[in-house]
Design a protein around this ligand. Structure first.
Ligand SMILES: [Zn+2]
Ligand SMILES: [Zn+2]
Length: 451
């Protein structure tokens, strides 16, 4: 009762679009059908306790039950199948101590086998259409044949369960509907990422003739990466975050952007609009994650209830056969975040990707060794003076052969364009270092003298 209420409350209070709410798992309806399932089973003499005993593969009983979900046809329709296996010896049910309820069940079975008009257990007495009432499965000795009964004849009878079928029909079509919704949402988010990526590329493009917001966007994306809104790479909470944790991280990111007044420092009005779109995109993804989480919980709860009331142990099978790769909030978030990273955040080059691995500042002027590793020219000169032959990253014998020709001019130009401030600072630091080397520690760089 409680969950049904909470689920309804959450769906209505979280400001989900109406068409989402209409696609949510109909928990209440499934609960009603579950009641019918229980009544149907009980009409057949299958109380949960009896079921549990007969379904136990290790139990020594002349009658056993097997239950599973079959996937049929191209539509991959899910069909629950309850099979009764009777072991007979000399045409009588092999003797074994049976509980009263099992006897009741056997009587019922005898009734079924006598060919009488079996109407199933549906309380409303629904018609089963033209189907033969009982289908002997007719399968040859299957995996259930036990050694100790290898001499016995084995008979399999499939019991048609109407409400059980209905239950899984509803559940499966709900999952399909949710999946379609998820695909549609994912598509519109991906389109937005592409369009936003183009817009940010335009707003951050360095140009001599016009303003740009390169530094502001770089700062925003640095913060965004630091926030790790949907995923954590930290040791203590590695992996995808649930919606609650993601909401906290998103709030942190928004607060930091506001605190640093990055939005008000934009030089271009379109940047403000683009930032709003970026925030909205994250909010929509968060909402999707939350919605899927709620629906998965609803599915999990109803299946748990199903198992508890029927002993049919279907929760695991359903999860494995139907849910495994679907409705995974984390996989959707993973897809979207991967695209945000490749098509949006990477539009603005990050300083981290242009750092010299020796001095940890921008690798200006960049020297590319024959092993393809890039260092700043000062660090390479110092290595050569110390006669260190090997690349510190891959140990290739590549340092001494390095010359002025090893300067990566293209990369140098790129750094000057996208990292003006860092390049300027680094060039100045290099000059000071060279000055000290040449004139001693008393050297004062011209830019440092106070006029
Ligand atoms: Zn360096
Ligand atoms: Zn190397």
């Amino acid at each position: 009762m409680k969950f049904a209420h909470d689920f309804r409350e959450e769906l209505s209070s979280e400001d989900f679009p109406l068409h989402w709410v209409n696609s949510a798992i109909p928990y209440g309806q499934l609960k009603k059908v579950l009641k019918k399932v229980i009544r149907e089973l009980s009409d057949l003499g299958f109380e949960p306790e009896t079921m549990r005993r007969l379904l136990d593969p290790t139990a020594d009983s002349p009658v056993a039950l097997r239950y599973g979900l079959d996937i049929t046809g191209n539509s991959r329709r899910l069909r629950p199948r309850l099979t009764v296996i009777v072991y007979r010896q000399n045409d009588v049910v092999a003797s074994a101590p049976l509980s009263l309820s099992s006897y009741a069940f056997l009587e019922h079975l005898a009734f079924i086998q006598s060919g009488s008009c079996y109407r199933g257990g549906s309380p409303e007495g629904e018609d089963h259409g033209g189907d033969p009432p009982v289908h002997p499965a007719g399968s040859p000795e299957g995996p259930y044949l036990r050694d100790d009964k290898s001499q016995a004849m084995q008979e399999r009878i499939e019991v048609p369960l109407v409400s059980d079928n209905t239950f899984f029909e509803i559940l499966q079509s709900d999952v399909n509907r949710l999946e379609a919704l998820q695909t549609q949402e994912e598509k519109s988010m991906k389109d937005e990422i592409v369009s936003l990526g183009l817009e940010v590329a335009h707003l951050t493009k360095p140009s001599r003739l016009s303003k740009n917001d390169l530094d502001r966007w770089r700062a925003i994306f640095e913060l965004y990466l630091e926030a790790q809104v949907f995923f954590s790479t930290l040791e203590r909470d590695r992996g995808s975050r649930n919606s609650h944790a993601a909401a906290l991280r998103l709030r942190w990111f928004q607060d930091e952007v506001a605190k640093r007044r990055l939005s008000s420092q934009f030089k271009m009005a379109q940047s403000r609009e683009a930032l709003l779109r970026f925030m909205r995109l994250n909010a929509v993804l968060l909402k999707n994650v939350r919605f899927q989480e709620l629906n998965r919980t609803a599915i999990h709860k109803i299946l748990k209830k199903f198992d508890k009331r029927t002993s049919l142990g279907v929760s695991k099978t359903f999860t494995q056969q139907v849910l495994l790769d679907r409705l995974l909030a984390s996989s959707m978030a993973k897809d979207i975040c991967a695209q945000v990273s490749t098509q949006l955040v990477s539009v603005v080059p990050r300083l981290d990707d242009f750092i010299c691995p020796i001095c940890f500042v921008i690798a200006y002027r960049p020297v590319r060794l024959t092993c393809e590793h890039v260092f700043c020219i000062r660090c390479v000169i110092k290595m050569q003076r110390r006669r260190e032959r090997y690349c510190p990253l891959c140990r290739a014998d590549a340092v001494m052969s390095c010359s002025a020709d090893s300067l990566d001019i293209e990369l140098e130009r790129y750094m000057r364009k996208y990292f003006r401030k860092e390049v300027k600072e680094k060039a100045q630091a290099n000059e000071i270092e060279r000055g000290i080397e040449e004139y001693g520690p008393g050297y004062v760089h011209s830019s440092c003298t106070v006029m």
